[in-house]
Design a protein around this ligand. Sequence first.
Ligand SMILES: [Zn+2]
Length: 376
Amino acid sequence: MTVKETLTELVAIDSVSARSNVGMVDYLAHRCQDMGFDVKRLAYTDNNGLEKINLIAVAGAEPSNATNVELALVGHTDTVPYDPNWEDALKLTDRDGKLFGRGACDTKAFIAATLTAAAAVDLKQLRRPLALVFTADEEIGLVGAKQLAKAGAIHPRFAIVGEPTSLQPMRAGKGYCLAEVLIKGREAHSAYPDLGTSAVFGGARLVTEIERIAEQLRSEEHPAFDPPCTTLNVGVIRGGTAKNVVPGECRFTLEWRPIPGQEPGRVLNLLSSAIEVAKARDPQFVCEVDAARADEGFETARDSLLVTLLEELTGRDAGTVAFGTEAAQMTQLGAESVVLGPGNIRVAHRTGEFVPAHELQQCVEILTNAVRRLCL
Ligand SMILES: [Zn+2]
């Protein structure tokens, strides 16, 4: 079966994150078993009560030691939703060497390439074990990969995590963190402001402090990234009910993308200090912080065997990504991780996402050679 035929079948399986991924996992488990992999399904129930499965397929391992593998190829089974008007979303369509379909780029192309690469290697000859790891719910917060990390389900020495990088190896990525901030004031008629406390004035002062924190963090540089520092954003702010009411509540969402290596609580600690200062200045200032998400970044050394091997196989220098990936969880599991895949992240998640057919083919060759060099 060609890689394009495999991609056609993968795209035909609707695997948006809002659905169960059991159909997709059944297909992948079948393909892996046919090649001689031992497969393990790690199921969990998502927040909507749906069954989700992480699939781990291992070849070449001692049965007593099946979680320690030399190389893991990691791809997520889910996709972002698609516009119902995109009639061919689930039908891989080839136009001028571009393969269109939901997930064609992110990240079913990589999954198709892993299956094709594994089929090109004689798995009975493996001297060091190979794993294919297919995760659930990456698009809604790396949920499946976090389950794997928490369970210590696999311990790869090296991991190649599939995301569209136009086949450039990416050896580091920023983290992704979110906090919901709520400032509580006291409502009053705006003609008598002293009878209340404005949550919006309090919130505005805190946002100004956050801008100062962002400025301060610019001096903590990681030169491999562009921009080279942790970035902060207040993306949403809401407060008040009417023009003539002193607002009783103000909420905003603070998002930041920490550079790897920075102390994990750095931004939250700076935020707490800013809140303490605001309280000291105004005893009426009441603020609650809900740190909703704290995904770490990852970094693999420039001279890691996997980095240099992929630089050699792709002919390109390793770079970094500013978006969150499952490489962070693979790193937590002990792997030296690199993100690599066909297609461009800029067309991912769009109606009409596509993967260039020649990159798909090239990815098969890169992965086949990586497996041969690391596992044979
Ligand atoms: Zn992806």
